[in-house]
Design a protein around this ligand. Structure first.
Ligand code: S3P
Length: 171
């Protein structure tokens, strides 16, 4: 029997990994970052998976990892990649779990991503333009899959982690 897991979704830079790790520590749960797991399985960085094998192969791996993590019997906090909601299969997999959208303004995301955008192939070019396009395409999908929204602008990791735990308790 799989457990009900806590899953964080949201655009790149919204803090899914750092907040997820903190929430897992605080609540004594396992933590999985799907991007890290994919990189480990492939033995390649996300950028190299995209350039050597294409985004579709990355998405296939992402679905496999999501399915595997969500089928675990161990209650887990899961940080997903920003594009996890694009696939209907993934959106279905998320049903029945506590899914929380870490929402941030484009200004917040662009500022946070200044030093790490180069690791993210979908941000190649004008980061702000790319983020705006992703937000346009995905906001509704984040809304559809999530039971709660936490606005993260101007908040520290600890503060967001507390809000996530409170939101989960109300779910
Ligand atoms: C992606 C987000 C990235 C990573 C990949 C694609 C996306 O994860 O999965 O570069 O489609 O938004 P983060 O949201 O953790 O940066």
């Amino acid at each position: 029997m799989s457990a009900v897991h806590l899953v964080l979704v949201g655009l790149m830079g919204s803090g899914k990994s750092s907040v997820g790790r903190r929430v897992a520590e605080t609540s004594h749960r396992s933590f999985v970052d799907t991007d890290h797991r994919i990189e480990k399985i492939a033995g390649l960085s996300i950028r190299d998976i995209f350039s050597n094998h294409g985004e579709s192969e990355f998405r296939r791996m992402e679905s496999d990892v999501l399915r595997d993590v969500l089928s675990s019997a161990t209650p887990t906090v899961v940080a997903t990649g920003g594009g996890v909601v694009l696939s209907e299969v993934n959106r279905d997999l998320l049903g029945g779990h506590h899914v929380i959208w870490l929402r941030a303004t484009i200004d917040t995301l662009a500022t946070r991503l200044v030093h790490t955008a180069s690791r993210r192939p979908l941000l190649d070019g004008d980061v702000r333009e790319r983020l705006l396009a992703l937000e346009r395409d995905r906001s509704n999908l984040y809304r559809v899959v999530s039971s709660r929204i936490v606005d993260v602008d101007d908040l520290e990791v600890d503060e967001v982690a507390s809000l996530v735990l409170a939101a989960e308790a109300r779910s």
